[in-house]
Design a protein around this ligand. Structure first.
Ligand SMILES: Cc1cc2nc3c(=O)[nH]c(=O)nc-3n(C[C@H](O)[C@H](O)[C@H](O)COP(=O)(O)OP(=O)(O)OC[C@H]3O[C@@H](n4cnc5c(N)ncnc54)[C@H](O)[C@@H]3O)c2cc1C
Length: 396
């Protein structure tokens, strides 16, 4: 401790796009901030090699206060060309470049736990070091929230695993795989598996696959396109504009917010995946009702009585936010945190019911809308953070 003062003003937990952006904005505003976590690790280790981003170019810049560290600046400085859609490996390299340019001193250590203290928060690192921080910004993404359908809970990992448990789908070579889900992750995993020569089928509850980006000409109609679509690239025409304004979005009646959020982020695949799925069997409108180990294989029963015997089920079944699953938030803290459906309830500044504890990224989506689940929401989140912290110390 510095006298009776906390050792540090702000601690950011997480060094993905949101944590890095928050650090860049806070530092530019002369707010002292420490940042912990392995930069870009979720993208590097929990998404499949060969994947491309679904978000478009304009929505994939990691936000910095001067808008100087864009993907375009990265390409210019490194004299390289990043294709569209953006390959995962290139986005990861861009994230590391962003970190080196703006937040050189990321501390890669894990935060083991944070405890509420009268002067802020006691932050305890994995190696035992501890210090006091006036504020904590949780920027730890969705990695802890992988949703595994109840039918698969008791199935061993070698027979059923969540899509986020893999970074290289070539590990399934020689096996027959069923992909469960109809979102981008499911469809892209199926395309990659097929391209690796792995036998794959997709099964999904949805009756149809929703494709996005099938009409690129709608984005080239000048002022009309700008009225319909925000560059944040979350949601269809019209809704895209609405979710890009989180302060307005949150004023809507709750039921309308929920409906609009669902429409903005319902399971969907990028149009450019369509041709890559040719020849992949896709069974729609069916739910897996039971999964049982059958020797070294997995027997799945569908709700119409059909069965499948496969070597592995890849669960591309998304993520369900539940902050009590963050291992670094003790029960004594989550018990005091106001939540709805697992999301912390946040006020302006993305501050939770525990003063000084902020959440950015997907955890902020219940309070500020679906934009916060995407890289393109980081500019809003970081700007809000700076505003709230400056206000609290009387700078504004
Ligand atoms: C398959 C897939 C594809 C996606 N494609 C897109 C896309 O195209 N465009 C898009 O905008 N979004 C996409 N997303 C959503 C994406 O996850 C979020 O946009 C993005 O990761 C949000 O960044 P973040 O900083 O909140 O979280 P993350 O990138 O997950 O970063 C979290 C950070 O927290 C750190 N951390 C966690 N726990 C601790 C701890 N205890 N101590 C210290 N550090 C910790 C991790 O090391 C990591 O650095 C995709 C998601 C998936 C699963």
């Amino acid at each position: 401790m510095r006298g009776n003062e906390p050792d540090c003003n702000v601690t950011i937990i997480g060094a993905g796009p949101y944590g890095l952006s928050a650090a860049a904005f806070l530092r530019a505003a002369n707010v002292e901030a420490r940042i912990f976590g392995e930069p870009m690790v979720f993208w590097e280790r929990h998404m499949p090699v060969g994947m491309c981003l679904r978000s478009n170019w304009a929505a994939s810049h990691i936000a910095d206060p001067g808008r100087a560290l864009t993907l375009d600046a990265y390409c210019r400085e490194n004299g390289n060309h990043v294709p569209k859609p953006i390959p995962l490996a290139r986005f990861v390299a861009y994230g590391h470049w962003f970190q080196r340019k703006s937040v050189q001193d990321v501390d890669s250590r894990q935060v083991r736990t944070i405890e509420i203290d009268t002067r802020g928060f006691k932050v305890i690192l994995a190696d035992g070091e501890q210090f006091l921080s006036r504020r904590v910004v949780v920027a730890t993404g969705i990695g802890a929230f992988a949703a595994r359908p109840a039918e698969f809970v008791t199935i061993p990992a070698e027979l059923a695993s969540h899509s986020s448990e893999h970074s290289d789908l070539r590990e399934f070579k020689g096996r027959q795989v069923i992909v469960i889900g109809a979102g981008q992750s499911a469809l892209e995993s199926a395309a990659l598996l097929k391209e690796y020569g792995i036998a794959v089928e997709v099964i999904a509850r949805e009756k149809v696959i929703n494709w996005v980006g099938l009409h690129p000409q709608l984005h080239h109609l000048g002022i009309i396109s700008r009225m319909l679509y925000s560059t944040r690239d979350v949601g269809p025409a019209g809704i895209s504009r609405l979710v890009a304004m989180p302060h307005l979005f949150r004023k809507f009646p709750r039921a309308l917010q929920d409906r609009t959020a669902y429409r903005a982020i319902r399971p969907a695949g990028a149009g450019w995946l369509q041709p890559r799925l040719t020849g992949v069997p896709i069974t729609l409108g069916r739910k897996v009702v039971s999964a049982n180990v059958a020797g070294s294989q997995l027997r799945l029963r569908l709700d119409d009585g059909q069965e499948r015997l496969v070597d592995h089920a890849l669960l591309a079944t998304g993520f369900r936010v539940d902050v009590s699953r963050y291992p670094f938030l003790p029960e004594s803290l989550t018990n005091r945190l106001k939540t709805t459906n697992g999301f912390p309830v946040l006020k302006p500044g993305l501050e939770s019911s525990i003063p000084g504890l902020h959440f950015v990224g997907k955890c902020a989506a219940w309070s500020f809308g679906p934009l916060l689940g995407f890289v393109s929401g980081a500019e809003f989140a970081s700007t809000e953070l700076v505003r709230a912290i400056n206000r609290s110390i009387g700078k504004n």
